[in-house]
Design a protein. Sequence first.
Length: 255
Amino acid sequence: MRNTPTKATNIQAILERVYQYAAQKLLVTYNPATPMKGLIAKPKPTSYRPLSVAELGPFVEAVRTCNAHPGTRIAVEFLLLTAVRKDNVAKARWAHFDLEKRTWTIPGRTVGANGFMKMPEPHTVYLSDQAMVLLEKAKELSASSEWVFPSVFSKKTPMAECSINHLLSRLKAGGSCPVDFAPHGLRSTFSTLANEGGIVPDVVETVLAHSERNAVRAAYNRAKYAPQCKEALQWYANRIDQIVKGADVIQLKAA
């Protein structure tokens, strides 16, 4: 699996844990996966560039007005406002939302690509006014489906992640999205705007659900920063509205 080094590294780690369990059960005396660790070089993590303030306005307008399916357009804008991962939005379930409390609690990691978190702990997303409006629209489209963004082909299955990629490809072809931009860059967009706006870095990291190695500190941060995370996401949604409306454009006086 040298052509897919990241997947190869992940599989090696799984095999190592399987044999470690087998050793604990006294079924084997040697773990053959351990010497394979590091044999295939894993590429450095990719840094996804954010949308600049100048790019953000045209991008949002294009998402809202392009000829993609309405559910896909809402999903992309919801992805922007919540700063979660693409898989989380594509496989979001109504059962995980508390619309009265305006929260979305994404369960911790389980087996399979199910839209849950990469980490074992659940993650709470605090829904802004703008995100709530999008959910109302999504509810009308999803009807009785368990999925917030069901497939356009069947309400019984969730939207495919590639639907979001396809929408961005359309925007790139139309010139309203940078050709080197990826959906994950929407998380970077939140991080950049929030840091520039003076949001406390620990709050930004908590909103992004970046893992904290110390489990006690991670739980403490989630509880401590809950009110600030809510404020940060509302500030971010308001900031996007401001940018889209052109509040950042400075009118020059005529000569």
